[in-house]
Design a protein around this ligand. Structure first.
Ligand code: FES
Length: 111
């Protein structure tokens, strides 16, 4: 594990928890991390390409990890998405940084 990687726990849609290492130096967001580890079938996550326009990357934040504040487009998309909870975020709007070490999320159901 390189110094620029962080540990993240991601529970997939089958309920399986994956402990993965995510790079902080590759300008990746959480949706792209899920895709690169193939934790959700192709075509069920990242449908809009990370534009906050599809909600296929919705996840529930389970840890107390400090995350960047929601921007208007993320908030707007979540206000019309399915299965939204208080701890919902769009994975594509969360850029991976060192501060997110220990982050735990669960992928929201496919809608
Ligand atoms: S990938 Fe479409 S909203 Fe995140």
């Amino acid at each position: 594990m390189s110094k620029s990687d962080i540990n993240i726990k991601i529970k997939d849609r089958e309920g399986i928890v994956h402990n993965i290492e995510a790079p902080t130096d590759m300008a990746m967001n959480l949706m792209e991390v899920v895709r690169s580890y193939e934790l959700a079938p192709e075509g069920t996550i990242g449908v809009c390409g990370g534009m906050a326009m599809c909600a296929s990357c919705q996840c529930y934040v389970l840890s107390e990890t400090e995350l960047p504040e929601m921007q208007d487009d993320e908030e707007a998309m979540l206000s019309e998405a399915f299965y939204v909870k208080d701890n919902s975020r769009l994975g594509c709007q969360i850029q991976i940084t060192l501060e997110m070490e220990g982050l735990e999320v669960e992928l929201a159901p496919e809608s």
